[in-house]
Design a protein. Structure first.
Length: 284
């Protein structure tokens, strides 16, 4: 698959900021999860990040943790997750799909088997959130590359430059092939996911360093929840934004009111997508 996001953001940032919404696969049920995915993909998503539920999601804040717990309580299985991803790929063949997972899930299935299945259902990139690059280079990277999957890593404003260089070496072989969805996942602050909009003062320097060593687009996550935060990320040098907790929160609030969530979620996505376009145009 051609990487449409790289082509959008690789020419001096002249095109729109890219929007990657996140949701938990299977939340709150498989049927409802598909409706969430379909709404996201149909209302401005340039890519999707889909989380495979795990009992100890250490990178996630309370909003996403609650969704994960509810999903597992409702009987979600890994097979359900693969089926949802395959359905997403079938309905949206050109939309890049990144999956967030934890190491135990990969190991329980077997590393090679996991990445083979990921490729089979149409996944382009995998972030193993609790696996550091030093471990991933020996445990995961060979299987990821063999199956055409881009390995994604979390980078914070305090990540050591030598670790960033290691991550770049892990990412670059797939990026050079031009067939996969490769990007930097930059966390806006230390901590976990959420709608809190406090950002690390060193974020701009981190984004600048990434651009100096690689042509890959830099997506910022953690605390991106509004058009204002989208504009701010563009000012700091981001190529894309990842929005997760606000997605879950919007769906949950609509359901709590006894309403169909699709109108509220579509409105949120349209607002964020518009902000991505205007944020880019203001920096051309």
């Amino acid at each position: 698959m051609r990487n449409p996001i790289v082509s959008k953001t690789n020419d001096g940032r002249a095109s729109k900021l890219s929007l990657m919404p996140f949701t938990v696969l299977g939340w709150p049920t498989v049927a409802t999860s598909w409706r969430i995915i379909e709404t996201l993909a149909s209302h401005g998503a340039d890519a999707l990040e889909l989380g495979l539920p795990f009992s100890e999601p250490i990178a996630d804040g309370p909003v996403i943790q609650a969704a994960v717990t509810e999903t597992l309580h409702n009987g979600f299985t890994l097979a359900d997750g693969w089926q949802l991803v395959a359905r997403t790929r079938a309905h949206f063949p050109d939309l890049p799909i990144s999956v967030l997972v934890y190491t135990n899930t990969v190991l329980s299935m077997g590393v090679e088997a996991f990445y083979q299945k990921a490729a089979e259902v149409g996944i382009n990139a995998v972030l193993v959130a609790d696996c550091p690059a030093e471990t991933a280079q020996h445990l995961l990277i060979k299987a990821a590359h063999a199956n055409g999957i881009s390995p994604i890593f979390l980078i914070s404003p305090v990540t050591d430059p030598s670790r960033i260089d290691l991550m770049a070496r892990c990412l670059q072989p797939q990026a050079d092939r031009g067939a996969s969805f490769s990007y930097w996942y930059v966390v806006s602050r230390l901590g976990v996911t959420g709608v809190d909009t406090r950002y690390d003062a060193a974020l701009a320097d981190t984004l600048s360093r990434l651009k100096s060593i690689s042509h890959l687009p830099a997506y910022v996550g953690f605390g991106i929840s509004s058009p204002d935060s989208v504009h701010h990320m563009r000012q700091l040098g981001a190529d894309g934004v990842i929005v997760g907790s606000k997605i879950i929160q919007t769906v949950r609030e609509a359901m709590a009111r006894g309403e169909a969530f699709e109108p509220a979620l579509a409105q949120l996505m349209q607002g964020l997508s518009k902000a991505c376009q205007t944020a880019a145009s203001q920096h051309m």
